[in-house]
Design a protein around this ligand. Structure first.
Ligand code: GAF
Length: 394
């Protein structure tokens, strides 16, 4: 079974803490994104996938009003009465749970519960451990209390928790990917309508390799919300000039360039990136359908340069990681992934050269920044799922 050791360790911790086996176990994955960065909150398209790194939740409901959540990796816990008012706290990990709970409690009578959770998704690496936490918890409560939530509801609840209890005005991509992930498939998501389509993630001679810069980001302090505000301001200027547009997807590169002076240098750069990136996702899907992976890789490099120079969400370390593979014949695409300001680069690498690339990147990165790089060979996995739902021993 997938992730047996993670499940076993969470299950053991549950038993040690609550003196019984957990009744239910859930797995909630992190995500990658092939292309379509910083466009989910701009009504664009994105191409993410869930990966085989998870948060594991062991849960048993109880007949009292008392809830206990144990964060195994943090050696921390929170205990509260389900009837108490749920408000944000100064403990970030608790806010992910509270943000979900506040919404679900409103409409549903919930009892107490006991939870232990642990993760093998690296934190702050741009792999969306936060979305996995919010959505995994919402998914679990939905199963345990028969709340009749759809997968879309769960993704939206996760996003709202992030907005209201965490303070990050994120788009919907991460939550969607975590919930809707499908083994060996990427999902093209229209972030305007939430329509989606799966594409087989078979890159033939190439595979995906993540290089973790180990530079930690938090979107709150990193300017994520600033970027959102800047493009909203830019869009308002565009709308004034072109009243017929309803979102960035109605805007062409030409339209942005034509009013460069009205936008001013900052809005101009930001808006141009968004318009180009929305188009790149469509081109990337065409490239995947045509098995043209050189083209897909070239688009990934273009995205990186846009994110670094125009959207300004990369950092020196990630730029270095991308530049060191840019002219290496074994790597046909590379770019920063996720919110940015650190985290991982995503690379499309010749299968037989993966270890050579890891060695090269690790050596040069260590020499330059004195940081030990981590590399992840990931597999594309199912979205949030039930691992077990009976008292059976694992
Ligand atoms: C973060 C956000 F949470 C996503 O919604 C998305 O905007 C991403 O950054 C950038 O594409 O992961």
């Amino acid at each position: 079974m997938k992730n047996d050791s993670l499940v076993q360790s969470v299950s053991n911790a549950f038993k040690a803490y609550f003196e019984e086996d957990p009744a239910h176990i859930f797995l909630s994955p992190g995500r990658i994104n092939i292309i379509g960065e910083h466009v989910d909150y701009n009504d664009g398209f994105v191409l993410p996938a869930a990966i085989d790194k998870y948060i594991c939740f062991a849960i048993t409901t109880n007949t009292s009003k008392i809830c206990t959540i144990v964060a195994k990796d943090l050696e921390d816990e929170v205990k509260f009465n389900i009837s108490d008012e749920t408000v944000p706290t100064d403990r970030m990990w608790v806010n992910f749970f509270y943000g979900v709970l506040a919404q679900l409690k409103e409409k549903n009578p919930l009892s107490g519960f006991n939870i232990v959770f642990s993760s093998n998704i690296p934190i702050g690496a741009g792999l969306s451990s936060s979305a996995a936490l919010e959505c995994g918890f919402a998914f679990a409560l939905n199963e345990l209390y028969n709340l009749e939530l759809t997968k879309k509801d769960i993704a939206l609840i996760g996003q709202k928790a992030e907005h209201t209890f965490v303070g990050v005005n994120c788009g919907i991509m991460d939550q969607f990917a975590s919930v809707f992930g499908k083994e060996n498939h990427v999902v093209l998501l229209d972030c305007n309508t939430m329509d989606y389509e799966y594409y087989k993630a078979d890159f033939k001679d190439y595979t995906i390799l993540l290089l973790d810069s180990k530079v930690k980001h938090t979107h709150l302090t990193s300017g994520y919300n600033d970027r959102r505000r800047e493009v909203e301001e830019g869009f308002a200027i565009l709308k004034k000039q072109y009243p017929m547009i309803t979102s960035f997807r109605d805007v062409s590169e030409y339209m942005v360039t034509a009013i460069e002076d009205k936008l001013g240098p900052l809005s101009f750069k930001r808006c141009l990136f968004v318009v180009k990136e929305i188009k790149r996702v469509k081109d990337a899907v065409d490239a995947i359908e045509a098995n043209d992976f050189e083209k897909l890789g070239a688009l990934m490099f273009e995205t990186h340069h846009g994110l670094s120079e125009d959207y300004e969400v990369s950092c020196e370390e990630i730029d270095f990681l991308v530049s060191l593979v840019e002219n290496d014949g074994n790597v046909i695409g590379s770019r920063m992934m996720g919110g940015g300001f650190g985290g991982c680069s995503i690379n499309l690498v010749k299968k037989e050269a993966v270890d050579v690339i890891i060695k090269k990147a690790s050596t040069l990165y260590k020499e330059k920044f004195n940081i030990a790089l981590e590399a992840y060979k990931i597999a594309i996995s199912e979205g949030t799922s039930i691992y077990k739902d009976e008292h059976a021993k694992i």
